[in-house]
Design a binder for this molecule. Structure first.
Ligand SMILES: Cc1cc2nc3c(=O)[nH]c(=O)nc-3n(C[C@H](O)[C@H](O)[C@H](O)COP(=O)(O)OP(=O)(O)OC[C@H]3O[C@@H](n4cnc5c(N)ncnc54)[C@H](O)[C@@H]3O)c2cc1C
Length: 268
């Protein structure tokens, strides 16, 4: 697609803008210009609110689910109370108009190495949205490789998409997911701590999977560096950062995580 077409703003009608968990909102948009809107999980769109001076208050948002026949696309976004855009986005109601441009980035399914034997997605917060959409899409299309998703949240009330992921796990024996909480209630029986703490022992041998990392750049860059340091081939890791884009993980943290990612040496 020509660059001008990708950067042109297009109108979309808001179909749904509803909380899924504390501070996380599921946004469904429908292209309102009669043109195709064929987006896949992992594509990134610019979403913008038109300002009185004709400019756009904009940010990037990753497509969680695409629905080309209906010209619809869905995003999961976090409301940042002190943010410029999201508190205003949150107030929009069905029927109102927002603008979008793109897509940019590659869909997750195009990033995943075809030679990988299994697929692992690791997210913080709203990064779970495109991982869910990716898993749903490829499983519906017949993906047979095991897919496991891990997502980190702070508290139980922050967790979203559990019903949807439970539905996938029920329908597809090759799909599973685990959530990990940094501030769980005493009733929580799942994983605890950051994904960098709780997920490594669950990854198994690193020559088999493709790992897609999405969310906070601190997690993404630390995990990616540690996977490489532990011997993971470069083509088997793909990433997307939502913020803290230039976070540089401290070397001791990378080394520590890499050690925990390596399989234990066999006893002689
Ligand atoms: C390629 C790309 C894809 C993105 N996709 C998504 C997405 O699908 N969903 C989404 O919620 N955000 C996504 N973001 C982040 C989004 O673009 C905005 O930065 C975010 O919505 C904050 O906008 P704001 O104007 O309200 O806050 P701003 O006034 O811009 O304040 C930004 C601050 O908010 C914090 N922040 C930003 N995003 C998050 C987040 N997701 N969770 C917690 N804290 C955050 C950071 O500390 C950041 O410095 C994406 C960013 C990029 C670059």
């Amino acid at each position: 697609m020509p660059a001008e077409a990708l950067s042109a703003w297009r109108p979309a009608r808001i179909v749904q803008n509803e909380p899924m968990a504390r501070g996380s909102i599921w946004l469904t948009l429908e292209a309102a210009d009669g043109r195709a809107a064929d987006f896949r999980p992992g594509h990134v769109l610019g979403l913008g609110l038109r300002q009185p001076d004709g400019s756009y208050l904009r940010h990037a948002y990753t497509v969680s689910v695409g629905d080309a026949p209906q010209r619809r696309f869905h995003h999961l976004y976090r409301v940042i109370p002190s943010g410029r855009l999201t508190p205003r986005l949150e107030k929009l109601r069905p029927g109102e108009t927002i603008y979008f441009q793109g897509p940019g980035h590659r869909p997750i399914e195009d990033e995943v190495d075809p030679g990988a034997e299994r697929i692992i997605g690791i997210a913080t917060g709203t990064g779970v949205g495109p991982l869910y959409g990716y898993a749903r899409r490829v499983l519906e299309l017949g993906e047979m490789r095991p897919i496991t998703l891990f997502a980190g949240f702070r508290e139980e009330s922050d967790m979203c998409l559990r019903d949807e992921l439970d539905g996938l796990a029920h329908r597809y024996p090759n799909f599973g997911y685990r959530y990990t909480l940094t501030r769980p209630s005493p009733a929580w029986r799942g994983l605890t701590g950051r994904v960098t703490h709780s997920v490594p022992p669950m990854l198994g041998r690193l020559d088999r999977p493709h790992v897609h990392l999405v969310g906070n750049g601190e997690m993404v860059h630390l995990f990616r560096s540690a996977l490489f340091a532990a011997g993971m081939p470069r083509e088997r890791v793909s990433i997307e950062t939502y913020f803290n884009h230039s976070a540089e993980p401290p070397k001791p943290d990378v080394q520590g995580l890499a050690e925990r990612l390596k399989p234990p040496a066999k006893a002689s």
